[in-house]
Design a protein around this ligand. Structure first.
Ligand code: ADP
Ligand code: MG
Length: 236
């Protein structure tokens, strides 16, 4: 990589994300944890990056910063052509809603809503016309092989099906970047491989970039690139 801390941040729209010199320090009372240090990471549109490292290495922190959930202590974060580093909380909320898709390990579907309603809930927060949102949800459910299950509650779905609903929900607003935090950690090997293959095909068909946090090297062959993180430092 030729990206260094001295690069001038620009809104290069061929890049889905560009993190430059990112540092994150958590302060709790007297103690400080440097969760990320000197992180430089550029992700072209459509690239799938596996971010691999042991527990506590900073993977979730990096994803949270790229997704505008956390602000870095230093450095610059450009996602979808937006320099979000100086954003107000209100601007970050809009940024997350319009530019980012999130899929967490716990999947976080709303248990009392059907698969289809779990996709539509994103758009309640967004501003799309209801009929357009329903059409979009149905199209995604169909692509993900969930048409038959669109009226099922999460509790009536298998683990893999719930993952697919979560992927569909993350894609509702055509994000520039989808962040997957340990998407396969609760799945067995075969299902983990299947879900990663699905993530790959869904991202590729849309030219949507993704960061997939994982401590599971077995799924990295589905990524375009694997970046290792140890103690908050990339490729160390
Ligand atoms: P990973 O996702 O790779 O397991 P995390 O990003 O969750 O790593 O954590 C990186 C480091 O930051 C760890 O040492 C963790 O204990 C610490 N950390 C994470 N979140 C917080 C927090 N909210 N407050 C204090 N320390 C935190
Ligand atoms: Mg984590």
């Amino acid at each position: 990589m030729n990206v260094t801390g001295s690069i001038t941040p620009t809104s290069d729209t061929t890049l889905a994300a560009q993190l430059t010199g990112v540092r994150k320090v958590y302060r709790m009372g007297e103690s400080e944890t440097v969760a990320l240090d000197r992180v430089d990471l550029s992700i072209p549109a459509g690239e799938i990056v596996a971010l691999v490292g042991p527990s506590g290495s900073g993977k979730s922190t990096l994803c949270s910063i790229a997704g505008g959930i956390l602000t870095p202590s230093a450095g610059s974060v450009i996602v979808g052509g937006q320099e979000i580093t100086g954003y107000t909380p209100r601007q970050l909320t809009a940024f997350r809603r319009e530019t980012i898709g999130f899929v967490f390990q716990s999947v976080n579907l709303v248990p009392f809503l059907t698969a289809r309603e779990n996709l539509l809930v994103v758009d309640e927060i967004g501003r799309r016309h209801r009929s357009a949102a329903r059409a979009r949800a149905d199209e995604l459910l169909e692509e993900l092989g969930l048409s038959e299950h669109s009226r099922h509650l999460p509790g009536e779905l298998s683990g893999g099906q719930r993952q697919r609903v979560a992927i569909g929900r993350a894609l509702m607003n055509d994000p520039a970047l989808v962040l997957f935090d340990e998407p396969t950690s609760s799945l067995d090997t075969a299902l983990g491989d299947h879900v990663m293959g699905l993530i790959r095909s869904e991202m590729k068909v849309r030219n949507t970039a993704a960061i997939v946090d994982t401590h599971d090297e077995r799924v990295t062959h589905h990524a375009d690139r694997t970046v290792h993180i140890i103690d908050g430092v990339l490729n160390a």
